[in-house]
Structure formats: structure tokens, C-alpha cells
Design a protein around this ligand. Structure first.
Ligand code: CA
Length: 374
């Protein structure tokens, strides 16, 4: 996978907005994907789709992941399903990808479901929950614990079919220009942090800003924000945050295993022949494993680079700050589930599963880590 400098991917100019290919998604009435239906006959017909993403064009790992998905689907289908990938802002603004695919402007989208909290509050549980489940546990909940059915239910209201296509693993806590010694240091802090974690920061007296990936560096450099989280050492190094922020905090309490998503216009998906539907599913599985594996292999390497070559100060959040965040996270989730029935339904499943796997993790993963020690 090619490594881009921050400059490369942040300054890619947007938009050759030529509309590529024609959508076949309009019109017709097709059966639901859950029934396993669709044209069963291999007609040899070629489908040309557009994929809109929340990332700048060819953005490291995530944008490249979107590019790879399109390539794998084209290769597996011998060119019968061809997908043109658009970075954020090329066809529609980054944070309008959900709406664009829902309305059929594009057939496919690529992002993270907490970006759509304003439209579908329950969507947040399929991306990241503060102090929630890690990557392995999220995959288990989604694929084998009922999570996918709930995600499909939430997105069905928007004529979308969701797929997990990657996971960040445990993220870092973020970049700060001042030390966080107590919860009082969060007061007045303007931080770029998405999702439920952002609500926790707000509860602690800070303000949470949601901005697309391409805008964060400039906002931090200009003081529009005082702090930002992004992902982990590899991504963060590529973003260049070490050049403009002093302290690099851990752990990423707000995103312990963030799921990245692909979403497909439901009607467009149902109009695909069954073999192409299976190819889309298979590519999503491949992407999910591929992204997590790549990040796990690179994060430690880039953590060392940040410390050894750039003198970054890596600091743990104080215990009482984490304890307070955890308390606020419970409040934030309670407020959400009290105000939205679908969020309540999804969170009940999430929380039940989390408690079960945590009991198992005590004597498997956690016990194993402790046994390895230093
Ligand atoms: Ca993040």
C-alpha cells in the first residue's frame, strides 16, 4: 500500500465531477436482500456504480480501503460491477455521503456510522461506544451476536444496506496543546471528537467539534480547536499532528474498536444478480480483516517513530479523568436511549453482548495479557 505524505492527501484537488457511468438503480421493484433474492441468472450485464466517501481522495488506509474495495469487486466480478470512487467533496461533501446514497445519487458509500448520528442516533452504536467493545468483540457482536440484523434495521429506514469494512482497533486519546491533569482541564476545551465521545467531552465542560478528516490539521494549526483525536499512531503520523500539538494522550477510551462501514443503496443492491451481491459481501469481509491487520502491524512502528524521531510526549490520561469520562459516558448513553426507542433497542443488545464477552475476556484475553506481563 502506497504511503502518502499529509500534504499529498490533503491537497489533492477535488472534483473531476464528470458523472461516470450510468446508474441502473432507478425504477423497478425488487425483493429484500434478507430474503436472498435478486436476479439469479448471470446475464453478463455490466453495472457501473459510484461510491462516495467521507475521506479525502485516496486518504491513507481508509480512502485506500475504499479504492481497494472497488478494485476487488471489479476483479472478482470480472468487470461486471465497476465502481468509481469519489473522495469527500468530489461528488458530494464528505458528510453528505449517507444522504447521497440513501437518495440514489450514488449507489455506495464509505465512512463511519457515528457521522450520521443526527439522522439516525442509533447508528452510533455500530461505530464506537465509549468504554465499549474492542475490534474482536465488535466483529463478534455484528457477525455472530445479532448486531448486523439491528444495523440493517436502522439503515433500512434510509433505504441503505450496511456492511462493516474495517476496524481501527483501540485508538489513541488524541493530541492536546496542554496537559490534562484533572477533569477541570477539559473545561472550555474545543476538541475535534466525533460521536458519543464528543458528548462526554461536552458533559465535562468542553465543546466537541465534528469535522471531516481533511479539515482537522488546519483547524488545530489555526487554533479553531485546541485538541483533536484521530485514530492511532500510523494515521496520526501521516496527518502530521506531532508538528502542531505537544501531548499525545492514551488510551482511546472513546473509540476502543471503531467499525468502518460501507453502505449500499438498497434498491441498487437488490437489483444485482445474486453472485454480484455475494461478491460485494465477500469484498466487505476481506476489507474488514485487511484494514485491522494493517493498522495492528503499523501502529507500534509509527508510535516509535513519533517518540524517537519527533520527540512526542506520550501521556496516559489520569485515572480520575478516565473514571469521570466513564461516568459521563453512562449518562450520555442513558440520555440517548431514553430519547430514542431504536437506540434503546440497539444498546440493549450491545450491552448484553458486551457483558457476556467481558466475562469471557476476564479469563481469556485479559488473563492472557496479564500472563505475558512486560
Ligand atoms: Ca477517532
Amino acid at each position: 500500500m502506497k504511503t502518502c505524505s499529509r500534504r499529498d492527501f490533503l491537497t489533492q484537488t477535488a472534483l473531476p465531477a464528470a458523472v461516470v457511468g450510468g446508474s441502473i438503480a432507478a425504477g423497478g421493484c425488487a425483493p429484500r436482500p434478507s430474503q436472498g433474492n435478486g436476479p439469479a441468472v448471470h446475464t453478463g450485464k455490466t453495472y457501473r456504480w459510484k461510491m462516495v466517501t467521507t475521506w479525502p481522495p485516496h486518504f491513507p488506509v481508509m480512502g485506500e480501503g475504499a479504492d481497494n474495495l472497488a478494485k476487488w469487486i471489479k476483479d472478482m466480478s470480472a468487470g461486471r460491477l465497476e465502481i468509481q470512487v469519489y473522495g469527500g467533496g468530489e461528488l458530494v461533501p464528505a458528510l453528505q455521503a449517507f444522504e447521497a446514497v440513501s437518495q440514489g445519487t450514488a449507489e455506495m458509500g464509505h465512512g463511519a456510522s457515528y457521522y450520521w448520528a443526527g439522522k439516525a442516533p442509533a447508528a452510533q452504536f455500530f461505530a464506537a461506544v465509549p468504554f465499549g467493545m474492542n475490534a474482536q468483540q465488535m466483529n463478534a457482536w455484528l457477525y455472530a451476536g445479532g448486531g448486523m440484523q439491528l444495523w440493517q434495521e436502522v439503515y433500512a429506514a434510509f433505504d441503505l444496506v450496511p456492511f462493516p469494512i474495517g476496524n481501527s482497533g483501540v485508538q489513541m486519546g488524541g493530541w492536546f496543546n496542554k496537559e490534562i491533569r484533572s477533569i477541570n482541564d477539559i473545561k472550555g476545551l474545543k476538541m475535534r471528537i466525533p460521536g458519543l465521545g464528543g458528548k462526554v467531552i461536552a458533559q465535562a465542560g468542553g465543546s466537541a467539534v465534528l469535522s471531516a478528516g481533511g479539515e482537522i490539521y488546519t483547524n488545530l494549526e489555526r487554533g479553531v480547536i485546541d485538541a483533536t483525536e484521530w485514530v492511532g499512531p500510523y494515521h496520526d503520523f501521516l496527518m502530521g499532528f506531532h508538528k502542531i500539538a505537544k501531548y499525545y494522550y492514551y488510551p482511546g477510551w472513546h473509540e476502543p474498536g471503531t467499525v468502518l462501514e460501507m453502505f449500499v443503496n438498497k434498491r441498487a443492491f437488490e437489483q444485482l444478480p445474486l453472485d454480484l451481491q455475494e461478491i460485494v459481501r465477500a469484498a466487505a469481509y476481506r476489507s474488514n480483516l485487511s484494514l485491522l491487520s494493517e493498522l495492528e502491524s503499523k501502529n507500534y512502528q509509527y508510535l516509535n517513530t513519533l517518540i524517537d524521531e519527533h520527540g512526542v510526549k506520550v501521556v496516559a490520561f489520569p485515572k480520575d479523568v478516565l473514571d469521570t469520562f466513564r461516568k459521563y459516558a453512562k449518562d450520555v448513553i442513558s440520555d440517548l436511549t431514553a430519547s430514542d426507542a431504536l437506540s434503546k433497542k440497539v444498546y440493549q443488545s450491545f450491552d448484553r453482548f458486551r457483558k457476556q464477552v467481558d466475562g469471557w475476556a476476564e479469563i481469556s484475553e485479559k488473563a492472557y495479557y496479564r500472563s505475558v506481563g512486560e
